[in-house]
Ligand binder design. Structure first.
Ligand SMILES: Nc1nc2c(ncn2[C@@H]2O[C@H](COP(=O)(O)OP(=O)(O)OP(=O)(O)O)[C@@H](O)[C@H]2O)c(=O)[nH]1
Ligand SMILES: [Mg+2]
Length: 304
């Protein structure tokens, strides 16, 4: 399929073009996740750019290098009548509740256009989840996409996180996240692709984003980016071939996240008790040491 055909296929995609119809879903939500600065916002700009004619590059989603992460608000960008991309807040080093917040975004329990605040306790997390019931969303078909910058080295901790994230995406959405490797020419992307496949990724596509600095359209770069969207739509069609119940699916996502938060709380309680136990033991050892010195001091002075 050439570039024009691929683009037309994406632009004309409709949720009704499946035997069982849209089953109540009204839009496809391509949800982007990944570490800060790995090119999520740039990927949105790239997708919008390749779906347009000509070479008038626009930065719809603000992109740039920062230490702490640039995108803070969960913004949505419609790229066709049926497909919307969501720029979720990126993660860096995360604590357990920040991880839970990532899943709240994935499950669509954080409103679009809302600032994503990392919570640091159980109560705040549960309250935010309850607030999401004010405007429950059933009609978005969620496709997770994990954006990862190709680098010479990956850390074991990062990869463990990616593995768990992919497993949780399958539990919550039924879809293995599509892995988009950005900065394709920066290191050996085939090596990184291999690692992601071992971790369970089914689709891994390496791309070079179009950016403010570099946006001359080339067939390879354009095709790679279009392939990501096409692959997401293939997943949607595949899942719509089965009877679905959008309300039930939302409830299942909610159960997953409630379980996740509950586990965090249990683990934190266990950690807290362990720290308290160690403190008590330390205290006891010091008390014993002091009393031994006292007895030894008295006997050395001949006092009994
Ligand atoms: N050379 C090159 N630069 C890229 C690529 N993707 C993104 N960039 C640049 O990397 C920087 C960070 O990109 P962003 O798109 O802002 O990254 P992000 O993941 O949205 O970051 P946060 O919003 O902070 O989480 C920007 O300066 C982009 O121009 C790529 O594929 N190749
Ligand atoms: Mg961003």
């Amino acid at each position: 399929m050439d570039i024009r055909q691929l683009r037309d296929k994406i632009l004309s995609f409709s949720l009704e073009d499946v035997d069982l119809g849209s089953q109540g879903y009204t839009r496809v939500l391509l949800q982007l996740f990944g570490y800060t600065g790995h090119g999520k916002s740039s990927f949105i700009n790239s997708c919008m750019y390749v779906l347009e004619e000509g070479e008038n590059f626009k930065e719809h989603a603000e992109a740039g290098e920062t230490d702490h992460g640039l995108t803070m608000v969960r913004n949505a960008y419609p790229i066709t009548d049926m497909i919307t991309m969501v720029d979720n807040r990126g993660c860096s080093k995360m604590n357990d509740f920040e991880r839970a917040e990532v899943y709240a975004q994935l499950g669509n329990f954080v409103s679009i256009g809302e600032k994503v605040e990392w919570k640091d306790n159980y109560k705040a997390m549960m309250e935010a989840l309850e607030d999401s019931e004010l405007e429950p969303n059933f009609s978005d078909f969620i496709v997770p996409i994990f954006v990862y910058r190709v680098r010479k080295q990956t850390s074991a901790e990062e990869m463990q996180y990616v593995k768990t994230f992919m497993e949780n995406c399958v539990k919550m959405t039924g879809i293995v996240p599509i892995v988009v490797l950005t900065f394709k020419t920066e290191a050996d992307y085939l090596e990184i692709e291999k690692i992601f496949r071992i971790l369970g990724a089914e689709t891994v596509i390496a791309i070079e984003n179009y950016t403010k600095m570099s946006n001359k359209k080339t067939p390879e770069r354009t095709t790679d980016i279009l392939k990501v969207i096409d692959s997401a739509l293939r997943n949607v069609k595949f899942r719509l071939e089965q009877p679905r119940n959008q309300k039930r699916e939302r409830i299942e996502r909610k159960k997953c996240i409630n379980n996740y938060i509950h586990q965090i709380q249990v683990q934190q309680e266990i950690k807290k008790h362990e720290i308290e136990r160690l403190e008590r033991e330390k205290h006891e050892r010091e008390r014993r040491k002091k009393s031994v010195f006292k007895v030894w001091g008295r006997s050395a002075c001949g006092i009994f």
